[in-house]
Design a protein. Sequence first.
Length: 164
Amino acid sequence: MKKHVLIGAVLVGAFFLAACGSAGTGLAPSDVTFDISVIEIKGSTDKLDPPEVDPASLSKGYGYTGPGDFDPENPAKWQVSTYIFSPAALTAAKGDRITLRIFVVNGDTHAVHLEAPDGSRVEELVLNRGNEYSVTFTPDQSGYYTLQCDNHGPTMQAKILVLP
């Protein structure tokens, strides 16, 4: 039984180190690449009542086409949509060389900025459908870096947790 506990502890430790990169391990900083997609998710129904509040009034990242407008042949059908970065939660270590490789599937144009934990802008770029972009930076602060779409914010964002 003790052998199983030891193996379990080693596996948990290995998982933690892999998840945290070089943070707290004394290892040299790493080159880390994250592949991110810009996508629009849509859903429609005629089985539920439409929302009481137009989702598009809550965020520039939400879309809504109401009953009668979405499908004139089915006046009860309506649709909602949202733009997202996927994945939207990433982790690296301070000092790692981070590359965000971003592919735009949906949305013609996205004005995007990368913001450091102190609020300073690290990068600004315009992303267009069908193209891949690469942003490389080395974080000098611990905390959350935010990849934010100015066209579809505040809901279209990705967070990069940079560990000390």
